[in-house]
Design a protein around this ligand. Sequence first.
Ligand code: WTA
Length: 649
Amino acid sequence: MSDTDTAAEWVRMPANAGQGTICTAAQYEEHYARSLSDPDGFWAEQAGRLDWVQAPTAIADWSFDPVAIKWFEDGVLNICHNAVDRHVDAGRGDTVALIFEPDDPAGEVRRITYGQLKAEVVRMANALKKLGVAKGDRVTIYMPMVPEGAFAMLACARIGAIHSVIFGGFSPEAIAGRVEDCRSDWIVTADEGLRGGKRIPLKANVDAALGKVPAKGVLVLKHTGGEVAMRDGRDHWYHEFSQDVSGDCPCEPMKAEDPLFILYTSGSTGKPKGVLHTTGGYAVWTETTFRYVFDYRPGEIYWCTADIGWVTGHSYIVYGPLLNGATALMFEGVPNHPDHDRFWAVCEKHKVNIFYTAPTAIRALMREGDGHVTKHDLSSLRLLGSVGEPINPEAWRWYSDTVGKGAVPVIDTWWQTETGGVMITTLPGAHDMKPGSAGKPFFGICPQLVDNEGGVLEGATSGNLCITRSWPGQARTVYGDHERFVQTYFSTYKGKYFTGDGCRRDADEYYWITGRVDDVINVSGHRMGTAEVESALVLHPKVSEAAVVGYPHDIKGQGIYCYVTLMEGEEPSDDLAAELRQWVRKEIGPIATPDHLHFTPALPKTRSGKIMRRILRKIAENDFGALGDTSTLADPSVVESLIEGRQNR
Ligand code: WTA
């Protein structure tokens, strides 16, 4: 795409999107300019919407070299108070906070008001205390998509414990690694999860994980009623254990820079990192971004289809919406159960106004035909959002035209686990859109494109995306390994936060994220380190070496392509391929299942022994006409045989 044809790419903001909006184009320009010229004043004002035990006087205090990031440092607050009690205190206790739509469409819908939410969070908080959890302790939450997952997060925040939520699709091995890394003695889980009619053995997975690492206590929610083993003295049914706890639990006053949560995410090397977010900055950032990006209006029903196990669920199912007193829908199921119209059926059933999902779901549903959409009344929709991976213009247009009937804005929000909240997006009442482009920086965000040597690129161009100034929701460290935080994000381009993404900026200063430029791949919107899949593969006794790369996949965005060399004497076979696929699922989880397994006698290496991933990527993409320079290969004949054996034809 050239930068001269951008005029043809515009999709005008629907005329009514500006009506009653919180932010017009002129206001965006004004706020954005002020957020850079007077960040302290701007962010003090945003912070002013929250209740503080002690209002902050110090606002921004950060450096990217050396790396030290603080926001609102002398402020004291509790984010649970702000997300829950504050609304009850203001007389909004009867407003619905959460609507629960179960996996089974005939199952019971739950509507939880802010008043009830407070009671539930207090109960969970007191149960945690009774278990022995204290301020600063790490609590692992491994839950299905049910309101109790949100209660557990808020309960931790209420008592000053640090939550570490693990996506319910992760394996016992993955749980054990995370529990061990943050030395979490406490786990909140459920008997089983339910997705698309299938039961997920959550408690059994926790038991398997606790065969490898110790824990002092496990709280178990009875959800499906499935049989589970309970260990005496360690495991407690939540409904029994919480029966006699007090109905009162004060919110712990927290310093703004006290940790709020750890969330594990994949990087280009090593094991997943425990990204740490702190209280004050994250609260201000999620409150402000939710307010402006979704342009939320009282009474509206907002639905984000993410799972609370990912950052999108943290920031835009739990904290962002609740800090704004919004009504958020929580959906336990999947888009294609019982049929491919489930999303649209739920939108119609609950009269959803704001809908936020991932491109992978949009692409999958688009393939099933328009009939699934058009048979439902979607007239309640006012805004559509996308997150998690680049959205191709074709999917964008289908989303906008078929789901939105061309009458509502579509926002494509770019951000990361490390950024805490949305960084680049168009604002619904302020900006025209371009299908495939995330748009403009949010308030306070300074994107910069650099070349591989770190040279700053100006104007319409492509490069590596960095952010040059801190923002309140920025991650503060990697739990227990600050040096890794510095190395991962601030050492490639000194003095700048490096996102790991490639990006194009067009002549209208719209940003187009092109995908990861490191060894991270994005499979169905889930971030995965190729190194993690490689480590899982080489743990298998028959595998000698493995190299994993991503390749373009029609539905998932990227698929997982694994090159494997076997131990001396082992023979490749379809059975072994199936066994290795199963092995990776067991080690990491179903989301890491390899799409292609390519057995090869050798991997292409340089004379110094470095695997030439560029070549492996090209072959996986089935684009081996342009392999580039192969002269540095130790054995160029390897390439011929790799092309011969390619799996993605
Ligand atoms: C990708 C998810 C293009 C990107 C919130 C980023 C996107 C990674 C978009 C972070 C988008 C996320 N357009 N790419 N709108 N949103 N990404 O940490 O590569 O799970 O670096 O956070 O997803 O994934 P994470």
